[in-house]
Design a protein around this ligand. Structure first.
Ligand SMILES: Nc1ncnc2c1ncn2[C@@H]1O[C@H](COP(=O)(O)OP(=O)(O)OP(=O)(O)O)[C@@H](O)[C@H]1O
Ligand SMILES: [Mg+2]
Length: 365
């Protein structure tokens, strides 16, 4: 893969936050390439740095945060050099848009839905108000809002959670972004609606051809939507690969643990596997492999020296000493040896029936 084919290139990025007099190292030495039109999923426990990493692509770090090292390059432009909020204006929303978990944070409760979409169209596509209304209604239709010309004049409170998220997606697309970052866009929605929103994002991606970064806790969602996966732990990427590589040939013991906690593996009613222990404090310097204290396969070296990335294929990299030729053989847990069966169907399916239980979103009125 040459640099030119990457729409976004992140090299050795570190991000830290000042909290009173202390420094919290949220992102440590992350490198990542995003290819045009692909869907990259970022997974990892809460606090692993998924949101902070992607916020740094749009200049949305809070005021106490800073990219301290490394570079982020988008389409040849060095974003990590941008200092002022004004400099980010041409990027944020316009080139790289983000959809967050709670649609209400992105919508204005006292403006009509339609006017909120049209406003963006006027601003970014330089259309007249009349043309913008037409485009907005069309976008509402495309994102699955029934009777869009009628519902154009309604307010956010008149929409269900799933419908509001569709509107947030419509607003994001009104700017015709090249990259769409979805930060847990379905976590607040129930399973059926989650499935519908995922279907929608997939369909729109085929139509508009944008590149997607999809942040999720749910590896089931990853199987359904992503081409490639980056697994994050304590501010680092510890394994990346295609969905197939991560699901069927995972190499990092943290990825094993994440996969073992997949709800799809449990029988109904069973307690889900959860990873014992807690991640290290990000205020302290981390010596060795950050996962070592929780890693049942940890060796002496894991507590002394951070592992490098070992390359397993053109696309598959794992940052664990277990890949060192001198390491004893460690087998992935039994529970995740036949993930293939669970996911082959899911990855091929157009719909996300695995997530759906009963019913559907009440569309229309
Ligand atoms: N403004 C801030 N000030 C201080 N620390 C912050 C700030 N924003 C994020 N952090 C810290 O950075 C780390 C990474 O946070 P981040 O929100 O990226 O995690 P995440 O992987 O997105 O988690 P979740 O799955 O819960 O959304 C966490 O330890 C978090 O507490
Ligand atoms: Mg987050």
């Amino acid at each position: 893969m040459t640099e030119e084919e990457n729409i976004l290139t992140v090299k050795n990025l570190s991000v830290s936050f000042k909290v009173r007099n202390r420094t919290l190292n949220a992102i440590r030495n992350v490198s990542l390439n995003l290819k045009k039109s692909e869907t990259l999923a970022i997974v990892g426990e809460s606090g692993s740095g998924k949101s902070v990493l992607t916020r740094s692509f749009t200049g949305m770090l809070e005021a106490n945060g800073e990219m301290t090292e490394g570079t982020v390059v988008y389409n040849g432009q060095v974003l990590s050099d941008l200092k002022k909020d004004k400099d980010w204006e041409g990027i944020r929303g316009k080139e790289i848009a983000t959809i967050f978990q709670d649609p209400m944070t992105s919508l204005n409760p006292i403006k009509t839905i339609g006017s909120q979409i049209a406003e963006v169209v006027v601003k970014h596509q330089k259309k007249s108000k009349k043309e913008a209304k037409k485009i907005a209604i069309d976008l509402m239709g495309r994102t699955g809002i029934p009777n869009p010309d009628k519902r154009y004049n309604e307010y956010p409170f008149q929409y269900s959670g799933g419908m509001r998220q569709r509107i947030v997606i419509a607003i994001a697309l009104a700017c015709r972004p090249n990259i769409l970052i979805c930060d847990e866009p379905t976590t607040a929605l129930d399973v059926t609606i989650q499935a519908q929103i995922l279907d929608l994002i997939k369909e729109l991606q085929e139509e508009y051809n944008f590149t997607t970064i999809f942040i999720t806790h749910d590896l089931g969602v990853v199987a359904a939507i992503a081409d490639r996966v980056a697994v994050m732990y304590s501010g680092e990427i510890v394994e990346t690969g295609t969905v197939e590589e991560i699901f069927y040939n995972p190499k990092h013991p943290y990825t094993w643990a994440l996969l073992s906690s997949l709800p799809q593996l449990g029988d109904k009613g069973d307690a889900l596997y959860s990873i014992p222990g807690t991640p290290p404090s990000l205020y302290k310097e981390i010596v060795g492999d950050a996962f070592a204290p929780r890693n049942p396969f940890a060796m002496e070296i894991d507590f002394e020296k951070a592992p490098p990335f070992f390359q397993l294929s053109d696309t598959h990299f794992a940052k664990t000493w277990l890949m060192d030729p001198r390491a004893p053989e460690a087998k992935k847990p039994e529970a995740i040896t036949n993930l293939h069966e669970h996911f082959t169907q899911l990855m091929k399916a157009d719909t996300f029936q695995v997530f759906s239980e009963e019913g559907g979103e009440a569309v229309g009125k």
